[in-house]
Design a protein around this ligand. Structure first.
Ligand code: BGC
Ligand code: BGC
Length: 741
């Protein structure tokens, strides 16, 4: 409808109807009256609230969306359609790799195209808004939600959050776009000690400098919604944080879309101890310009009273309501309340060959070869391969946050290997269970296969014997192992980030047979691999690779794809190093280059400071040499529109062609505040033919040298800098330059 029609509609609304728009309920509250009473009463909202409600949480399925919308519109006085919002984070039915894997592609353009496909699938089945991208910077492997984010670096995460928003919203192409909700604003990736929902507390400078850019990039890309995070920011929960939501997000960044809370976050303001009751919690949130209350009765049952008591202004509710109506109108819901979803459309787009092949292409690029002692690529039908491990034939390879995906679409490694290998060269058994004890995993409603892999004691014995027998007969053992799917994701914090015990044991036993081991790893966070790495001849980090995972693993293992993934997170030697990230600050007593003796420097007595596998790292089947780092000039002037061209020669010294990700880092040697020892500023991906040499050029501008200086102004400071270029954050060539006034 036109803006005028929307305003006319808005002016007909009662206060109760406006408040209704600010309320999000789950699907259980709708539908036939008898069925809906239980969930509604449990939440403590009235029938009238349900009739006036604005949006629905996590209901997907064209049939269900039509049914709920029809029933709702029949009861709603002004016929304002419900908005359907759901978690479609990295795939709907065709699931792409978890974002940690997407990050490892270092290819945001590719990911933007994938997200268009995700949008098409999701909206065909009723999704209008997706709660994605999560743009939380991650730096602590103990945190289970590492899997949802592209990595530990602000520049990288900014590229990906932009690409994801652009892909989802897809310039609003009809039937191929959904509104994107950035989350979890802000700082959610830094809970103390990696414990989910714990306090986040850091310097303001680090918050502005490292943690905000990923979100800002999504806002600049035009995301329609932003979700508040559960955590505190400067000791004020984000959902009640007016500085964060109003001053930074709305006023400074110019965001005029819809702010929604995370699940029940308004009510949690009481547990945080900043609100005494629901009314106070509602007041804090609306004062922070939070528009939608997800899944609590705080707004529904308190806003009208707060207006009546003159504790808040009705204009605040008007503004929030109008933002929500504007979004509904933008999506065209007043003309088509189903947003084009239908069973026919869904059935024609879901898991189409085009989508599976896109998922396979990206999964290929997401896998990181961590180790290879001349054993990969494997030789097809020349070596006897035993495929062993709880993930060898598991459909649960889509990761914990593909909550709406039907796992039966997954292609397992076993299925894929059977297709490429003759029977006499291939054997398979699970060998062991994921875990000794599943009790700590708790429940997670969406995931049907939680018990998958649980053996009886008898089965355990048989599987174990089978595994050793098959291993003995094989030339190479491919072990498909990793964290259980529910050991990462929301509320998946762990203090032990090693391979689960029964799998580790089997790996050691197979090594003791003197067998060559290729470990294919499934995990949603960096793992500490110190205790198994020596026993492995090769390690392929597959993350949770998504629907086409089995195919991609075979592509990489047999060399049909030359692995090109590079880590975007640091893999520690030991969990005790966490939070571990490459862009550490300089210290007064650096471990290397300090004037102090060996003991009195910043280090551990029992572990290196560095990562076992550093940020940016990954092997390939080709070999690249970096040489000849040259700068067009060694001075850059702050006043002029000046720049330095940095070039490097990259030579493929092998007969295999492949992809290199050339990375550029900077270090500001002296600043008004302490600066990181290394910061990624740019990267370029090149494809090198066999024995090919290419020159790669970057541009350093003054803008790249800016940071939050002593007085919090964002600017560069004249002085000396180092530039580093190389294949990862630990193998770099360096040169010097300076910034003059
Ligand atoms: C998660 C969000 C998610 C929301 C809705 C919360 O528990 O933190 O990431 O979007 O639930 O399902
Ligand atoms: C220690 C101080 C000590 C000083 C003088 C430093 O290395 O940190 O605690 O007082 O040496 O011995």
């Amino acid at each position: 409808m036109t803006e005028q029609q929307l305003l006319d509609l808005f002016h007909q609304m009662t206060l109760e109807e406006k408040i209704g728009q600010l309320v999000q309920l789950d699907g259980g509250c709708f539908g036939t009256d008898a069925m809906a009473v239980g969930p509604r009463e449990k939440l403590g909202v009235t029938e009238e609230t349900v009739r006036n409600c604005g949006s629905v949480l996590n209901v997907l399925g064209a049939e269900k969306v039509h049914e709920i919308q029809d029933h709702f519109l029949a009861e709603n006085r002004l016929k304002i359609p419900l908005l359907f919002m759901a978690d479609v984070i990295y795939g709907y039915q065709t699931v792409f790799p978890i974002p940690l894997g997407l990050g490892s592609t270092w290819n945001p353009k590719l990911i933007r195209e994938d997200y268009k496909l995700i949008a098409e699938e999701a909206c065909s089945d009723g999704d209008m808004v997706t709660f994605s991208p999560p743009a939380d910077l991650i730096r602590d492997a103990r945190w289970g939600r590492c899997l949802e984010m592209p990595g530990e670096d602000p520049v990288l995460i900014s590229h990906f959050s932009k690409a994801m928003v652009e892909g989802f919203q897809n310039t609003w192409e009809k039937g191929k776009s959904v509104a994107s909700c950035l989350k979890h604003f802000a700082g959610y990736g830094a809970p103390e000690a990696g414990r989910e929902y714990n306090t986040v507390d850091m310097s303001k400078r680090r918050f502005l400098q490292d943690f905000l850019p990923g979100y800002k990039s999504a806002v600049d890309a035009g995301c329609e919604l932003v979700m508040t995070s559960f955590n505190t920011v400067d000791e004020i929960p984000a959902t009640a944080n007016k500085w964060l939501m109003d001053d930074i997000l709305r006023k400074e960044w110019g965001f005029n879309g819809v702010i929604i809370t995370d699940y029940a976050a308004i009510s949690e303001l009481k547990a945080h101890g900043v609100a005494a009751d629901d009314a106070e919690a509602a007041k804090l949130a609306i004062n922070a310009t939070v528009d939608i209350d997800m899944k609590t009765s705080c707004y529904a049952n308190n806003l009208a009273d707060l207006v009546a008591r003159h504790e808040i202004d009705e204009a605040q509710i008007d503004a929030a309501c109008y933002r929500i109506l504007t979004l509904k109108n933008k999506l065209g819901l007043f003309e088509d309340p189903y947003y084009g979803c239908s069973v026919e459309k869904r059935d024609s787009v879901i898991c189409s060959p085009e989508k599976i092949s896109a998922a396979r292409k990206t999964a290929n690029r997401s896998m990181v070869l961590l180790k290879n002692d001349d054993i990969l690529p494997l030789k097809r039908n020349k070596q006897k391969i035993a495929l062993i491990g709880p993930y060898a034939d598991s459909l649960d390879i889509v990761g914990m946050w593909a909550v709406h995906a039907d796992h039966k679409h997954s292609i397992t490694i076993k299925q894929a290997m059977e297709n490429v290998l003759d029977n006499e060269y291939f054997t398979f058994t699970k060998g062991c269970d994921f875990l000794d004890d599943y009790s700590s995993l708790g429940e997670f409603g969406f995931i049907p296969t939680i018990a998958n892999g649980k053996f009886t004691p008898e089965q355990s014995v048989i599987e174990h014997e089978n595994a050793l027998t098959l291993a003995k007969e094989a030339d190479v053992v491919v072990l498909a192992m990793g964290e259980h799917m529910l050991q990462s994701g929301e509320s998946g914090s762990r203090t032990d980030i090693t391979l689960p015990e029964p799998q580790k044991q089997l790996l050691h036993e197979i090594k003791a047979l003197g067998k060559k081991i290729v470990l294919v790893l499934f995990n949603g966070r960096p793992l500490a691999l110190t205790d198994i790495i020596e026993d492995c001849d090769a390690v392929l980090e597959a993350w949770f690779p998504g629907t086409a995972g089995g195919l991609s693993i075979c592509d990489c293992l047999f060399g049909d794809y030359n692995p090109s993934g590079r880590l975007t997170v640091s893999f520690p030697y030991h969990v005790g190093q966490e939070p571990l990230y490459y862009s550490q600050f300089a210290t007064g007593r650096p471990a290397n280059g300090s004037t102090h003796s060996g003991r009195f420097v910043s280090r551990y007595l029992d572990c290196p400071n560095e990562a076992l596998f550093p940020f940016g790292y990954g092997l390939s089947y080709h070999k690249a040499e970096y040489s000849n780092l040259t700068l067009s000039q060694t001075k850059i002037s702050k006043s002029a529109d000046d720049s330095i061209q940095v070039s490097i020669t990259v030579t493929n010294t092998s007969g295999t062609s492949g992809t290199e990700t050339v990375q550029l880092y900077l270090r500001d040697l002296v600043g008004s505040v302490v600066r990181p020892i290394l910061e990624l500023k740019d990267f370029k991906q090149i494809y090198l033919g066999a024995h090919e040499t290419q020159k790669v050029t970057f541009t350093i501008t003054e803008e790249m040298l800016r940071f939050y200086t002593k007085d919090y102004t964002y600017q560069s400071e004249p002085g000396n800098f180092k530039v580093f270029v190389g294949p990862n954050s630990a193998e770099l060539l360096e040169a010097d330059f300076s910034l003059t006034i």
